[in-house]
Write a protein that binds this ligand. Structure first.
Ligand code: ZN
Length: 333
């Protein structure tokens, strides 16, 4: 599927690379800001050939990797920082790489060496009642993901309100947790462009992933969907002409996009509440009721979606834990 090209605004350009094996995300977008030296927003995952594809596009707009003097990562998922190591090597200098403080650990060799299967994962999957063969398949898949990135152990932490300036651009960091704890949008104040990472996407509703690695979290009570909805509120009053997401096409109507997300999540919360009214369920059991016939490879996404909505139901007093397990069992209340 091809996408409508991004508009070229001032000194702001886009680079796009395909994402084999991730059809739902369509492609990875990176952004080049400045007239030299240049700032990069995000990098794609480390697929063979991706660096060269991007290099050709960079040459077409008159730059080389050696012109990059800063990389800003919207959040700590491999499809956003995967190529940092290769870009640094190709540039011939140690390009500073920034990511929000709360996602620093996701880029670290310490976390990635375990195949992103942390000390929390086994206990988590037992708690939700996921069958062992599904867990084993997910574990194999997480080891495959690890190969799509190089760790970045010297990333520099950034925080909400930080400003990055350069020739023809002025970026303000807006911390928008939910898709990941350290997820950020970057608001370009000269041209009213919002670089949204995966917080806003046009063609799919972004996933406020449940964070399995709880022991790594700064705030152990972090609830992804709750944080995500609060993050949407932070963007509502911005003057935005274009939203440039990290996957798929650009967006021009921020207001109706956000309204659509709210409706989607409200409906899903209600659907899960109705399912829970039928009787006591484990999280995995709820998942098979709400998403019957789901592929094993999609099990984590589906389970995550159940958990983040269930957390809201519990907080609102509409559901409760009745059996600690494992697996934990829940009922409507
Ligand atoms: Zn992504």
């Amino acid at each position: 599927m091809s996408i409508k090209p991004f508009p070229h605004i001032g000194s702001i350009r886009s680079l796009t690379v395909p994402l084999p094996g991730f059809p739902a995300l369509i492609c990875s977008n990176m952004f080049v800001l400045g007239s030299g030296p240049i700032t990069l927003i995000d990098t794609a995952p480390k697929f063979p050939g991706s660096l060269l594809t991007l290099e050709r596009q960079l040459h077409e707009i008159g730059f080389d990797w050696s012109d990059v003097d800063r990389i800003i990562i919207t959040h700590g998922h491999i499809d956003h920082f995967g190529l940092v190591g290769q870009i640094r090597r190709a540039s011939g200098h140690a390009i500073p790489c920034y990511v929000h403080h709360d996602d620093l650990w996701k880029l670290s060799g310490d976390f990635l060496k375990s195949g992103m299967w942390s000390e929390d994962a086994d206990a988590f999957y037992a708690k939700i009642g996921m069958p062992e063969q599904t867990v084993a398949q997910m574990k194999r898949r997480s080891h495959f993901f690890k190969n799509l990135c190089d760790p970045v152990d010297d990333a520099i932490p950034m925080k909400d309100g930080d400003i990055f300036e350069g020739s023809g651009f002025d970026l303000q960091i807006i911390h928008t947790p939910g898709h990941s704890p350290g997820c950020c949008c970057l608001y370009e104040r000269q041209h009213n462009i919002l670089f949204s990472g995966d917080h806003l996407l046009k063609h799919i509703t972004p996933n406020p992933f449940h964070e399995v690695n709880r022991s790594r979290l700064k705030d152990p009570s972090y609830k992804s969907l709750k944080a995500y909805m609060e993050s949407l509120e932070k963007l509502e009053h911005l003057n935005v002409s274009f939203v440039f997401p990290a996957h798929g096409e650009y967006i021009t109507d921020l207001e109706s996009l956000i309204a659509g997300y709210r409706t989607h999540h409200e409906k899903r919360t209600e659907e899960i509440r109705q399912t829970l009214k039928k009787g006591v369920r484990s999280i995995y059991g709820l998942m098979t009721d709400v998403f019957p016939g789901i592929e094993e490879s999609e099990a984590f996404l589906a389970v995550s979606e159940i958990i983040v909505h269930l957390e809201l139901l519990i907080e609102a007093g509409n559901a409760e834990l009745v059996e600690k397990g494992p697996p934990e069992l829940f009922q409507a209340s």
